[in-house]
Design a protein around this ligand. Structure first.
Ligand code: 13P
Ligand code: SF4
Length: 367
């Protein structure tokens, strides 16, 4: 669902929540959590603010949160602290009796909005004419339920940054070519790591309905949707050069949503979970420049005072939509549930959900 249609549906935060003190909000949230017990489940993505993360029953990257949602059959109310596509995924992987809520409907993902279903269907029909039945679609979970359904319909699967390599390998065992939506960078970085030459990757431009490539069509192995994450595009090769100059011993680690050039200039790249695990396992005294979302980098700095950690971009890169979930919105969401008048429920159309689920399940079956 696009940001515009989300906003049309949204109920906005009543003004008086903005005047509450932090301690008041925290104690009211704690009281509701205690009262609802296991009927309530609050998953929190690692990019969420600390003020929200402190109340999460589980934290994780998008793959872990999808797995947790599929495993949790108990909670009646799931208050998802993340962005819209993650809450949609949770809705599709839980039972009908479980209801998923997003505390602020404005918490979308700009990358997910870069591929809409009409553009995708048009692209598919042109690509079928160009390449015949040789393409399998793969979509990053950062996509709308409609794109996941499209992917499921044509035999494809979802991927996250944690399992992208596994899923791209699987996709090549099914068909000769992959259409990778909507993040060109994750698609390019993953395929490159698996040995696909850059010149064998074309870019599909949904605004001009054209394939951007200098390669002859028979050599094209991967078709990358021209989408990106504006947070991770905020890291540049100049940032890596500045770090190398100022801190020659520092290792640079980035998320694969960064451009190919930035990943190539870094020492290491991997999903949110991979970055967290790498820093957790790094020796005391080691030095790191991290290229990913600001809240997570700040948290790692705080938790690893024995290591030198900086953001790869000294101006930091916040995900503005993730940051829309804050204490007032969380409290408002929980109080509306407690009062039996919940709002901002995320409910995927059942016809879309059925095919979308098949693409999610193909992913979950492979880890
Ligand atoms: P992860 O799959 O690493 O959780 O990333 C989700 C995301 O939105 C990154 O920008
Ligand atoms: Fe979307 Fe980028 Fe924010 Fe992740 S960091 S939710 S990809 S806008």
């Amino acid at each position: 669902m696009s940001i515009t249609s989300l906003l049309q549906q949204a109920t906005l935060l009543p003004e008086h929540y903005r005047t509450l003190s932090r301690t008041d909000m925290e104690s009211r949230i704690l009281a509701i959590k205690k009262k609802l017990g296991r009927q309530l489940f609050i998953p929190g993505h690692h990019y969420q603010k600390d003020e929200v993360i402190q109340f999460a029953d589980a934290t994780g990257d998008s793959l872990q949160l999808a797995q947790l949602s599929a495993a949790n059959k108990e909670a009646k109310h799931i208050v998802f602290c993340g962005v819209h596509f993650m809450a949609e995924t949770a809705d599709m992987l839980t039972t009908e009796k479980q209801h998923v809520y997003l505390p602020d409907m404005r918490a979308g993902c700009s990358m997910a909005d870069m591929a809409d279903i009409y553009q995708t269907e048009q692209a598919w029909s042109i690509l079928q004419q160009l390449f015949g039945d040789t393409i399998i679609p793969l979509t990053y979970v950062n996509s709308t339920a409609a794109i996941k359904a499209f992917t499921g319909h044509y035999g494809g699967a979802c991927v996250t940054s944690s399992n992208a390599k596994e899923m791209v390998k699987w996709a090549f065992s099914q068909k000769q070519r992959i259409l990778f939506l909507p993040d060109q960078h994750l698609g390019r970085n993953t395929a490159y790591d698996l040995g696909v030459p850059l010149e064998n990757m074309a870019v599909w431009n949904p605004h001009t309905n054209t394939l951007e490539t200098e390669q002859s069509s028979e050599n094209i192995q991967v078709i990358l949707w021209k989408g990106h994450c504006s947070v991770h595009e905020g890291f540049t090769v100049q940032h890596t050069e500045m770090v190398r100059q100022a801190h020659p011993n520092m290792r640079i680690i980035v998320h694969p949503e960064c451009s190919r050039e930035v990943v190539a200039a870094a020492d290491d790249a991997g999903s949110t979970k991979y970055i967290i695990d790498t820093i957790n396992n790094a020796p005391s005294g080691s030095a790191w420049a991290i290229g990913t979302e600001m809240n997570l980098v700040n948290r790692m700095m705080l938790h690893h005072s024995d290591k030198q950690i900086i953001s790869l971009n000294k101006n930091f890169c916040p995900c503005l939509t993730m940051n829309r979930i804050d204490l007032p919105h969380l409290l408002w969401s929980l109080e509306s549930i407690e009062q039996g008048k919940p709002h901002n429920r995320i409910q995927v159309d059942p016809h879309i959900a059925e095919e979308a689920r098949s693409s999610l399940e193909r992913m979950l079956a492979r880890g």
